[in-house]
Design a protein around this ligand. Structure first.
Ligand code: CA
Ligand code: CA
Length: 254
């Protein structure tokens, strides 16, 4: 029976935690920010990012749901191990937080998954002072930006869903969230180059509203599709199937 349990565990591990090649601790399964650089400071709107060091708002996440999404967003997706990372947090005060890692890259693509939660201020802000999340991939070897994408709370598309209304900063604010999705960036032309990937989440630039993002699954291998991840009950069925096969084989050998 011990062997069967062991086999079932191996099967579950094989499907549960893919190897996040290329990045150090790309799935945060060390349970820390080991391998990553945290930075940030205060944002004054527009290009006014005043770096004064990590504001200390980012954290390693374990399973649970995000309250400001109305508990609809998972902090750690099934199939992505035990931990994810959150950068920045929901509280105001014009903070921004970054997470970055420099890698010598030898693969065809960089993959990762993110989800974001942003507060739409109750009083209208200019676009360039709104809570936001951004992704930047820079080729350090050639000093060029390979990928740059930003999401701010006034430019939301249909992928964004309504979270809770009000709190904890502004009783007339609407929180929005974007469920986990996979980003893939083609890097086949840059093998052997040094690449710097930076994720940034920021409060509003006026100081009264928050924004943050969840991150996981950084590597050269595409992580599990968000909509196609087997439920835990499926793992149990798979494990039971393997156990059953072993049982019948043993009986047959006798
Ligand atoms: Ca993980
Ligand atoms: Ca803040």
């Amino acid at each position: 029976m011990k062997r069967l349990l062991g086999l079932a565990c191996v099967v579950m591990l094989l499907f549960a935690v893919p190897a996040w090649a290329g990045f150090v601790n790309g799935g945060f399964e060390d349970g820390t920010f080991n391998g990553w650089t945290k930075d940030g400071g205060y944002w004054g709107g527009g290009s006014s990012y005043n770096y004064s060091g990590d504001p200390g708002l980012s954290a390693i996440m374990t399973a649970g749901t995000d309250a400001l999404s109305g508990n609809k967003l998972q902090k750690v997706l099934p199939g992505y191990g035990t931990y994810s990372a959150r950068i920045n947090d929901e509280l105001w005060d014009a903070h921004f937080s970054t997470l970055s890692q420099k890698v010598t890259w030898n693969d065809d693509a960089i993959y990762f998954a993110f989800a974001a939660v942003l507060e739409e201020p109750g009083n209208l802000h200019p676009d360039d002072a709104a809570p936001h999340f951004s992704i930047t991939l820079k080729n350090v070897t050639t000093n060029t930006v390979l990928y740059s994408k930003a999401y701010q709370v006034y430019g939301l598309d249909a992928s964004w869903k309504k979270g809770i209304y009000g709190g904890p900063n502004d009783s007339s604010a609407q929180w929005w969230y974007r469920d986990w999705e996979i980003v893939s960036i083609n890097t086949s032309a840059y093998k052997g180059n040094e690449l710097l990937l930076t994720l940034l989440a920021s409060d509003c630039g006026w100081g009264g509203h928050g924004g943050y993002a969840y991150l996981d699954g950084f590597g050269a291998v595409r992580p599990p599709d968000v909509g196609a991840i087997p439920e835990p009950s499926t793992y149990m069925l798979m494990a039971a199937g393997v156990a059953g096969l072993v049982f019948f084989r043993k009986r047959f050998q006798k």
